[in-house]
Design a protein around this ligand. Structure first.
Ligand code: PRT
Ligand code: ZN
Length: 286
């Protein structure tokens, strides 16, 4: 039977859509919805398992799934013996300590003797140990932000993204403990045939990630301004230069990060660049 790479992704939640989207950008689609819990790809030797995110690290460690996409926070909380293969750049967030906004918090030492509510006792426990703080950890699974208001705890340790949940619960962030994003994890003892499929997948994933936020930019430039314009282009390798039919003009092609492109646009125009075209890039294979 043909070997398939078993990929575990979150069944429904913040990571689900982006995980499927990433695989789709790698030209790997799946034949069914998450209602079936398992799906096959007709384009690539892969099988998808839809799981609760908390189960993904353990399934990968045991080899039930070969790889998985999950938040780094969940990996760290489960203390599993797996490999982090790639950071994926989505579902970014921070894990923070927060206290009621009226509290005059002077530093982590103020947590001594306090109760801190969290769904991440392992990560919090390590932080408290590092900081030499003795505090009680109160485990709550969900709605952690309510704990101070109902006198369950004096502080919380939870995921913060925009901060609006903290604010609407009368809390303020006082310490950033760690940050997280979606990561691709893999088992440590993957058989060679699965590893070969994973290598194929990683070429595609890295090509997709390398193209994120990048644009292909073409512009007409006066030939005698090429050097000046090259100096403005941020960090990229040598741009492609071609002669235009019109005497004294060249076409310059390069790849730039979109945010940086907007920063230098006025300078490019000031140096004589015209007819600037900005196009999307799907993949970059380095
Ligand atoms: O059902 P299952 O167990 O699979 O999912 P889940 O409910 O445990 O996880 P889910 O889908 O909520 O989150 C999955 C992962 O997304 C987390 O493990 C993080 O790695 C990541 N992530 C990124 C977040 C957030 N951003 C986030 N904002 N996870 C949770 N939140 C919560 C946060 O706890 C807060 O209560 O969203 C709330 C709003 O945050 P603000 O700061 O934007 O208001
Ligand atoms: Zn979960």
């Amino acid at each position: 039977m043909e070997q398939k790479l078993r990929i575990a992704i979150q069944k429904s939640g913040r990571l689900s859509e982006k995980s499927l989207e990433l695989l789709k950008e790698c030209a790997i689609g799946f034949n069914s919805s998450y209602l079936q819990l398992k799906a096959q790809s007709s384009e690539f030797p892969a099988e998808l398992l839809y799981l609760r995110d908390d189960d993904i690290p353990g399934y990968v460690e045991k080899g039930i799934a070969d790889i998985g996409i999950v938040g780094l926070n969940v990996v760290e909380e489960h203390e599993v013996d797996i490999e982090i293969i790639e950071r994926l750049g989505f579902a970014k967030c921070k894990l923070c300590i927060a206290v009621p906004k009226e509290v005059d918090f002077k530093g982590p030492q103020d947590l001594n003797g306090q109760t801190i509510a969290t769904s991440y006792p392992v990560i919090l426990g390590k932080y408290l140990k590092e900081q030499n703080i003795s505090a009680d950890i109160h485990l709550i699974n969900g709605s952690v932000e309510i704990a101070p208001a109902i006198n369950l705890a004096q502080a919380i340790f939870d995921i913060v993204s925009t901060g609006s949940t903290l604010m609407s619960n009368g809390l303020k962030k006082v310490e950033d403990v760690t940050s997280s994003e979606a990561v691709l994890i893999g088992g440590k003892n993957m058989p060679a045939d699965k590893k070969a499929i994973l290598n194929q997948l990683m070429i595609r994933i890295r090509a997709v990630l390398a193209a994120k936020g990048k644009k292909y930019v073409l512009m007409n430039v006066p030939t005698d301004k090429i050097e000046e314009i090259k100096q403005l282009l941020p960090g990229e390798k040598s741009p492609t230069i071609m002669n235009l039919a019109q005497e004294g003009w060249s076409s310059l092609h390069t790849v730039v990060e979109e945010t940086k492109f907007w920063d230098i646009l006025e300078q490019l125009k000031g140096a004589g660049a015209e007819n600037i075209l900005v196009s999307p890039i799907e993949k970059i294979i380095l």
